[in-house]
Design a protein around this ligand. Structure first.
Ligand code: KDG
Length: 352
């Protein structure tokens, strides 16, 4: 075997081996005893995310762990895995569907291949602020989308926040539509994002989050787009010179549990887990907004050249990409999109 090939194989196999470990332990805990309809059984639930522990998503998962272990007197323990140790988002979601992993909290964007309705949250410039996003996601529209998950062996317990996305690249500042021209931009595996960046003249490449830093470092792509806290906590400033404050899309996280795991839980356990996911989500949203506010100055201190995308350019982009929204709102459900638009209009009228 070629020298050096063994470490490569080992590193590729690690997420699967860890996932199998998760599967074995979980089955041991609950295998022969079946479902208890009242009490709380001793069990370990394994949760994987793609971001670092110090990112607000990681802090939210730690909060969830504390809440569950406190409310079950330690009978249920949560074992967190960070930094895509168990694989990228789609691989971890597949683990939930296969019953080899219990919990993951991905962005909704790469889930559109499973539940297409998540795609309505990917429309550019949809929300003006986090409060609007909370109202939609925690309201009837967000619930309707979560209700599609059980038919895909998944249970959605809460929405958390990834946040408003901004563009970084290593070529030049982006302050007009023309500046997108030819930029090799990594996007999430999401058809709306791909179509939008193509329409702007960029050359988009869909890629799992776990591969982005290496691709930027190797300059196989020029740029990527993410919320500021994600840019900072993943050290993208080390391989990107320019940060353009576009806030072009708001991305939710969704707290997912394997339906196989969920159905093993008693009603009491389900209530504790659900309430902990919601409470940790409120905590995570607050932490995320604080971290994103603070990240901008830290990124400037680390040498990133920062510019705003002017409002008139944003208006021009909105007009340019409207046919994409028309196309996908039909695909994802005209009535659902209409309901979301009407709820947003009501919120905005009240705030005037
Ligand atoms: O698991 C981490 C990803 O879900 C999150 O970082 C998604 O914004 C994201 C991206 O760019 O993939």
């Amino acid at each position: 075997m070629k020298k050096g090939i063994k470490p490569l194989i080992a590193s590729l196999m690690l997420p699967s081996l860890l996932m199998l470990g998760a599967c074995g332990n979980n089955t041991d805990q609950t295998g022969g005893e079946g479902k208890s309809d009242s009490g709380i059984q001793k069990r370990t639930l394994r949760a994987g995310i793609g971001l670092p522990k110090e990112h607000p998503e990681g802090q939210g998962l730690v909060k969830f762990k504390e809440l569950v272990e406190e409310k079950t007197d330690g009978k249920i323990t949560i074992e967190p895995y960070f930094n895509a140790q168990l694989g990228d988002d789609q691989k971890m979601v597949g683990g939930l569907q296969a019953g080899t992993l219990d919990i993951t909290i991905p962005s909704t964007s790469p889930l559109v291949g499973t539940v297409k309705q998540f795609g309505i949250f990917d429309f550019p410039f949809l929300f003006n602020n986090g409060e609007e996003a909370d109202a939609i996601l925690d309201g009837p529209v967000g619930k309707k989308v979560l209700d599609k998950l059980p038919q895909h062996d998944l249970v959605g317990l809460a929405y958390w926040e990834n946040g408003f996305r901004n563009l970084t690249n290593s070529v030049h500042p982006v302050s007009s539509i023309e500046d997108f021209d030819g930029l090799k931009v990594r996007t999430m595996q999401n058809e709306v994002h791909l179509d939008v960046f193509k329409k702007l003249g960029a050359n988009p490449t869909p890629m799992p989050f776990s591969e982005v830093f290496t691709a930027l470092e190797g300059q196989t792509i020029d740029g990527q787009e993410n919320p500021l806290a994600t840019i900072l906590s993943n050290k993208f400033h080390e391989v990107q010179d320019y940060l353009s404050l576009t806030k072009h899309v708001y991305t939710p996280f969704v707290f997912l549990m394997s339906q196989m795991t969920w159905e093993q839980l008693s009603e009491k356990e389900q209530t504790i887990i659900k309430n902990a996911a919601v409470e940790a989500g409120q905590y995570q949203r607050k932490a995320n907004r604080k971290a994103n506010k603070e990240a901008l100055n830290k990124l400037k201190e680390k040498g990133m050249k920062v510019n705003e995308l002017p409002q008139e350019e944003k208006k021009e982009i909105k007009t340019l990409i409207q046919p994409i929204i028309d196309k996908y709102s039909k695909k994802y459900g005209e009535a659902l999109y209409q309901q979301m638009s009407e709820q947003l209009e009501t919120i905005r009228n009240k705030s005037e």
